[in-house]
Design a protein. Structure first.
Lengths: 300, 317
């Protein structure tokens, strides 16, 4: 609106500038419409989840509705205190421990590996880089059978070791860090640190790692969410009730759905509670990305 | 890329510092060997054995050579080759989701980073679009199954007008579309963030220079943003492809593991899961399927990388 009136007032403006301003206004409006559409698309499922979590089992069976009902607290109490096959607060804690360790290991060691490849020209450097990129495509499921057999051999079933240790070698995260370091980390910094007498490991930890913060934040979010939602591997390794992570608990809840005892209201509440912590962590870390990512320190 | 002036001292230094490279990559390589490489080899080893349960008796493991593979590539009595169907299903659903995913992400990333548009409330929009990725795939699948179920809200609307209910999960293309849509919805925000970080990594002075030279926004996008974004875009496509080949949770839960209608939504990993966790616990067949999955990924990654290999490596020390 404001732009339109500005446009009108400057009647003498050259034709070129005028079309430019109008086209800017049009593209701005189109952009906002698109953004609103995408926002609705993104939030719709959360809305459905909250609505469903506020309805009793009978209301859910009766039919679908877009309006919330009054059973939110009831469902919350039921879900939180349900100790029949698992204990939800314990599950949230377990998932948090596993995901936090996983995301730190993934981000740190991927950055370390990428730094090693980018900064040092050692023998086999390129071969190792090519190899990691090649294996990056291998889905985890391909080696799952062998991995489970290995875990059994070392008696590590029902421990968190098989869930967190593999996080150290995350080829996809490595690749992202490598691309990022290549385009943003000036090697002069490493050079300067050497002149100042900093040892290589120290240079990486205290000088280069802070420069990589935006990329680290992005990859930490991805790793945290990935681990939080991971079902395939934990389900094959964890069977003890006290050690179960949330997706395993969810799968147990889901198997109840068909049965008479299944309380769908509780099921939706459990899904909601399983998502809330990761949303909080996300909102906390997303500031890193959204709060203006300014890159490089001696760029240009 | 950055240090052309001191390439001479760099040469000398490379001798004294190069060994540090091994120290930096050691943890990764070690863990990779133990947690991925050894299991991979032993999975492949499994594929050469007959090893399954028949009722309560365990058959094998007996060495059978490539029999499992022969079985895998023998068409059924009705002439259908199941493994080919699973591959086609997986790739079809991936492409149906990945195209809108990358288009949306590119558009959003450009809108957010545009100096010209100066979008207000960016923080809010950026935060929101990533949120679907936080929902567990299984939860998403359950939600959409409810929405499109035979008595769900969509069908309540259809039947309210007197029409017959449309059985979304009995039709190949509607079932595939729903699965592809869930994948798109879950991943477009993730892709946007990656592309945005990539665009922000581009030297801002290039955009300033272009606007001073009078370049319009499509020129800026195709001549500056897109070429410089290529490394990150490649990364995005490749990771999306890895994700697509692993497609499992959503179709598994939506179709309750059946891959119906008529096996048209059954993916490769669903078939693999069926062999490992099914009643027969057919480890030999699971191993053979893993090898096939491995080969398919290998071919695809080769195709992608042949077109993307960077021409020049940066200077190193």
């Amino acid at each position: 609106m404001a732009n339109a009136s500005v446009n009108k007032r400057n009647g003498q403006m050259e034709y070129f500038d005028k079309t430019k301003t109008t086209s800017l206004l049009v593209s701005r409006i189109v952009s906002y419409i698109f953004l609103v559409f995408v926002t609705v698309l993104s939030l719709f499922s959360f809305y459905l989840l909250i609505i469903n979590a506020s309805r009793s089992n009978a209301q859910l069976q009766a039919g679908f509705s877009l309006l919330p009902r009054e059973h939110f607290i009831d469902n919350l109490v039921t879900a939180w205190n349900d100790t029949s096959i698992f204990f939800l607060p314990q599950g949230i804690l377990n998932s948090f421990i596993v995901s936090a360790i996983t995301c730190i290991l993934t981000a740190y060691f991927s950055a370390m590996t990428a730094y090693g490849i980018c900064v040092y020209d050692f023998k086999g450097n390129k071969a190792i880089h090519k190899f990691i990129i090649l294996v990056m495509m291998i889905p985890t499921q391909v080696s799952a059978l062998g991995f489970i057999q290995l875990v059994n051999q070392f008696n590590l079933t029902n421990t968190y070791w098989p869930l967190v240790i593999p996080a150290i070698a995350a080829p996809a995260t490595y690749f992202y860090m490598k691309q990022y370091i290549d385009s943003t980390l000036p090697l002069e910094i490493v050079e300067a640190a050497r002149v100042d007498g900093s040892n290589e490991f120290r240079t990486f930890n205290f000088i280069c790692l802070p420069i990589l913060k935006p990329a680290l934040a992005v990859q930490m979010i991805f790793a945290f969410v990935g681990s939080w939602n991971n079902f395939f591997t934990p389900a094959l390794i964890i069977s003890k009730k006290e050690l179960m992570t949330l997706p395993i608990m969810l799968s147990i809840v889901r198997s109840r759905i068909g049965s008479q005892a299944g309380d769908m209201g509780e099921v939706y509440m459990i899904i909601l509670l399983a998502i809330v912590p990761v949303v909080i962590v996300y909102l906390f870390l997303s500031k890193f990305i959204i709060g203006g990512v300014t890159l490089g320190s001696v760029k240009g | 890329m950055s240090s052309t002036t001191n390439s001479a001292p760099a040469k000398r230094r490379s001798i004294s510092y190069a060994k540090w490279g091994y120290f930096f990559i050691a943890p990764f390589v070690l863990v990779f060997i133990v947690c991925t490489f050894i299991p991979l080899v032993s999975t492949f080893y499994n594929s050469l054995f007959e090893n399954y349960k028949e009722g309560l008796t365990v058959v094998g493991p007996n060495f059978v050579g490539f029999d499992n593979f022969v079985k895998l590539f023998t068409p059924r009595a009705d002439g259908r080759l199941e493994i080919l169907n699973y591959t086609v299903n997986t790739m079809t659903m991936w492409i149906m989701g990945a195209i809108p995913q990358i288009v949306f992400a590119l558009l959003l990333a450009v809108i957010f980073t545009s100096e010209r548009l100066k979008i207000k409330g960016q923080g809010f929009f950026k935060t929101v679009i990533y949120m679907p990725n936080l929902i567990m795939a299984s939860a998403f699948a359950m939600l959409f199954f409810q929405i499109f179920s035979d008595v769900g809200p969509i069908n309540q609307i259809i039947t309210a007008n007197g029409d017959k209910a449309f059985l979304f999960f009995n039709n190949e293309w509607s079932a595939k579309s729903i699965i592809a849509f869930i994948n798109f919805l879950m991943w477009f925000g993730n892709t946007t963030i990656l592309l945005m970080a990539g665009i922000m990594g581009i030297d801002q002075s290039l955009f300033e220079a272009a606007s001073i030279d009078g370049a319009n926004s499509s020129q800026v996008f195709f001549k500056i943003t897109l070429p410089l974004l290529m490394p990150i875009l490649i990364y995005v496509v490749i990771t999306a492809l890895i994700g697509g080949l692993q497609m499992f949770d959503v179709p598994q839960i939506i179709t309750n593991g059946t891959g119906n209608p008529d096996q048209t939504t059954k993916t490769l990993v669903m078939a693999l899961n069926g062999q490992i966790n099914g009643n027969t616990r057919n480890f030999g067949m699971a191993g053979a399927l893993s090898v096939i999955l491995f080969i398919i990924t290998g071919i695809l990654s080769f195709i992608v990388f042949r077109s993307t290999e960077p021409k020049k490596e940066g200077k190193k020390k």
